[in-house]
Design a protein. Sequence first.
Length: 228
Amino acid sequence: MQEATPETSADRLTAIRGRIAAAAKLARRPSENIHLIAVSKTRSAEDIAPLIREGQKLFGENRVQEAASKWPALKERHPGIQLHLIGQLQSNKAEEAVALFDVIHSVDRLSLITALGKAMHKLQRAVPCFIQVNIGAEAQKGGCAVAELPDLLKAAQDAGITVAGLMCIPPADVEAAPFFALLAELSARYALPQLSMGMSDDFETAIMLGATHVRVGTALFGARTGPV
């Protein structure tokens, strides 16, 4: 008999939390060390509210402008929310991103590191960052090449930016595990303890391979009806 699909976002949140705990147990990892980022891009404040009521604190957005239109008011009403930028960031939006977001996951080039360092200094706000690695060497996808990672880490250190860890989006329609394993190996090589990897279709695999932050949208909110 097929298991019923959870009907509401609150139900789906409970189910996802259960799956995270089960994957952590299989991996012999404490589930509290795995952080669920609810990807709320294209979702309204009304869509987000049920998850906040259920205690979800971490949310992810792709675009600075969209996040600025809904999150300041939500964060004012709900202290303790942590907002993560998980989409590509233009250097000219660095100051806005530093002012709005608590963590940035998509740092992938020297010019962006320079812009973020200047913005953090100007605003006197330290925002932890993940370096995004183009783990599948896809020309159309953001992220630095593996060979560029040492230079970016050095540049971030020189700019006074705290690098929390590494982030990746593996190629679509192929087995994600080898790409997650490679990111985990790079994380260990450079002594970066946090790994932002795994989305709705593969977060359990990511947890088995060391993910500390999983980015889940559709599995929480349901299929999108508008533009992405």
